[in-house]
Design a protein around this ligand. Sequence first.
Ligand code: C2E
Ligand code: CA
Ligand code: CA
Ligand code: CA
Length: 274
Amino acid sequence: AKAKGKGCYQVFESRMHEELLDRLDSESRLRDAVHRGELRLHVQPVVDLAGGGVAGMEALVRWADPERGLQQPGAFIPLAEETGLIAEIDRWVLFEACRAAADWPDTWVSVNLSAATLDLPDLTDRVAYALSTTGLSPRRLVLELTETVLMRDVTVTSARLEELRELGVRIAIDDFGTGYSSLGYLRDIPVDVLKVDRSFIDGLAGNARQQQLVSAVIQLGHTLGLKVVTEGVETADQLRLLTRMGARYAQGYHLGRPGPVEEQGQLSTNTATV
Ligand code: C2E
Ligand code: CA
Ligand code: CA
Ligand code: CA
């Protein structure tokens, strides 16, 4: 029994060793990804339900890993956040998104920022640089921050966001409703856009109580003068319900899937008939 136990331990140890090597390998390859030009910019349309056209585009990063193929953010953002590489990824996405949007007629572009990026002392300079270099009007740039990021220190966060808003850019609360004190932000933090998390849209059609809740959140946002975007709209039923509730902006597979930024013209025509 003793010998067997030791064998198990060795197997366990070597597996840990393998996982560690694998992680170090991913980390160094991710570190090089930015410099090697392996990041890709995908965008997903945000549709204006009143006008029927595309009002904005959300920038979503992908990694064209030469070894494993095109990677979704879920496969590398956590590692990027742990290692601090995220700040460099966010910087790349910010710049590329501004550059792409500068060529569009008047759609806004929204960019996701992680906690580490919001904490960069030179974030405001970076944003100003991206805007001036690409010529994108600040009004057309939206910075998306999740509730989890915003909830860390309200005083520090508010000051930082005010600094960014002075440039003329807009701030969105992403995944709204998933944090535990959502209403606190609306009181304390200067924001312009509220993105209702897709967990509230999922199952909407069969749940009257959820419909009342979502409807109330939309009205609340409008009362506060915010733009409200409902995320994760996957069905025609959800879209009908949201339209009836007075939702103005929506995003989701039913309206348009994320795709390479080079094909964004196609995305706009696909969704123009909503
Ligand atoms: P998010 O900011 O909430 O972005 C929306 C995610 O929902 C995207 O996943 C999008 O593809 C997906 N989605 C859109 N419509 C639907 C729908 O109808 N149904 C479902 N089930 N999903 C839908 P994606 O591209 O895999 O990104 C996942 C997360 O990774 C993002 O969530 C965001 O938190 C993060 N992320 C993506 N790009 C960046 C980036 O450049 N920087 C940072 N810091 N985070 C990023
Ligand atoms: Ca987002
Ligand atoms: Ca979201
Ligand atoms: Ca999310």
